[in-house]
Design a protein around this ligand. Structure first.
Ligand code: BTN
Length: 242
């Protein structure tokens, strides 16, 4: 069997955002799967226009260049597959991860990793899969309070960031390949098994109810007094489990 050559890993000491660099490299024709990592970002991007802050060397900050073999309508599923891959990477490090819809990764209900998919359709469609994993943080700023955690805080130890990256690249490649080759069913099953959201009372963009399932297009199904609602985007707050 011939193995596909490994895509390049571009390591930057300091950058504005690895997402920007991923798109710039994609425009220059970098191979699918190219990984951009940085020790620190000064304009790290989070979901919903937020910034993503991390002290130098404390986190894994990576963007993976993807030219998905999926229709654009299926790209949100890649973000759910990424959450599964990040959760499995963390499990290998001794963390007990859960996924929060759509694609946060939690440990003990605290955020340990965030995922941001951004896309561009120019001469060809490109998705930059941005992943931030809290690895070495021993404490977080007061404004994050007890809403964040890290590999170190969960396990009392943490490997070097490149070790975490190695595992992440393997897990991401495997789940991306399953999504592209087998469709959403295996990702959906794994996401359900890892979910902190299903069964929880949630509040999302004016809907309050119990999260019942993940639909076959990645939407969250929330049951409120009026019946089952499909949530396709939004910021979920978890309340008590029912
Ligand atoms: C979130 O808001 O939860 C998503 C955060 C994603 C942060 C990562 S860090 C590496 C990559 N580069 C960025 O600018 N953002 C993503």
């Amino acid at each position: 069997m011939t193995m596909a050559p490994r895509a390049p890993v571009v390591h930057l000491v300091s950058v504005d955002s690895t997402q920007r660099v991923a798109f710039a490299l994609a425009a220059q024709g970098t191979p699918d799967g190219t990984v951009v990592i940085a020790d620190v970002q000064d304009a790290g991007r989070g979901r919903r226009g937020r910034t993503w802050m991390a002290e130098p060397g404390e986190s894994l900050l990576a963007s993976i260049v993807c030219r998905p073999r999926l229709s654009p309508a299926a790209w949100p599923l890649l973000s759910l597959a990424t959450a599964v891959a990040v959760a499995e990477t963390l499990a290998e490090l001794g963390v007990s991860p859960r996924v929060k819809w759509p694609n946060d990764v939690l440990a003990r209900e605290r955020k340990i990793a965030g995922i941001l998919l951004e896309s561009r359709i120019e001469s060809e469609p490109v998705v930059a899969v941005g992943i931030g994993i809290n690895v070495h943080q021993r404490a977080f700023p007061p404004d994050l309070g007890d809403r964040a955690t890290s590999v170190w805080r969960e396990t009392g130890r943490a490997p070097a960031v490149p070790v975490v990256l190695e595992s992440l690249v393997v897990c991401f490649g495997a789940w991306r390949a399953r999504l592209e080759g087998e469709g959403f069913t295996p990702v959906r099953e794994r996401w359900r098994a890892l979910s902190a959201t299903l069964g929880a009372h949630v509040s999302v963009d004016g809907t309050n109810g119990v999260a019942r399932d993940l639909d076959d297009d990645g939407a969250l199904l929330v049951e409120d007094a009026g019946g089952l609602k499909r949530i396709v985007a939004g910021e979920v707050e978890h309340a008590a489990r029912r």
